[in-house]
Design a protein around this ligand. Sequence first.
Ligand code: 4GX
Length: 276
Amino acid sequence: MKIEVVTLFPEMIAGALGFGIVGRALDRGLLNVGTEDPRAHTSDVHRTVDDRPYGGGPGMVLKPEPLLAAIRAAHARLPAGSPRIYLSAQGEPLGQAQARELAGLPGFLLVAGRYEGLDERVVELGIDRELSIGDYVLSGGELPALVVIDTVARLLPGALGDERSNVEESFVAGLLDWPHYTRPELFEGLAVPPVLLSGNHADIRRWRLQQAIARTWERRPDLLPRGTKATPFGSPQSKAPQATFDDRTRGALAPEVSRLLSEFLAARAPGTEDRG
Ligand code: 4GX
């Protein structure tokens, strides 16, 4: 996988990639990251990369000529067909599905903007796709570019080594992660849940999935399948047994997760709360 980053701060990219899983993916040659600085494509004595916005207003805009030249130089080092991606808050939200899609490509280019943004004609001429890492305002696209590189790198075959496999990873199952514990068994008066010491791997797996389901329901219900509701099976208000969540989206979950989610929702059904 080859990634190019167009940035006015190439040290920010190089300096952040040498560690952990991404650092090892680079060492193993699974990943190669290059940078291109638009300032190298200026010809004036001040090496000017920005200018005042037409129409007035505060802030500066990235000049089109050096930026498009940098995009073209970096794109020429990538496999044919590599998409040119601009990181901006106006982009398509980056999720695990987008990361998987990018991880399946031979290469892609990331454009990290600074100032108020880039000249819209560069977007028209030199950008194929726009991605956002979330609904907040950053001072540049370098951190978003690093986020994209990190999440893609760990999906490359061989990147995780002996560590926890991506198959078991949070979000791959479409759920939040379960809680983790290590030694000591009792820490500042808090015990490790006994099931994790039981040696019963079926029980442990069930407990972990139940924890993941409960946490997702509490913290991120938007991640659960559309139509997820706490409704008991075959509740009397309906002749047909009531689906606990939208059957069309049930397939998004593994069968084991689907069954445990149904159990969780049945136990949470209105009127069945434990009132102690
Ligand atoms: N997810 N930024 C882009 C430059 C910029 C400024 C104004 C367009 C208009 C961001 C995000 C993000 C900060 C990257 C501003 N571009 N990128 N940069 N959130 O906030 O991806």
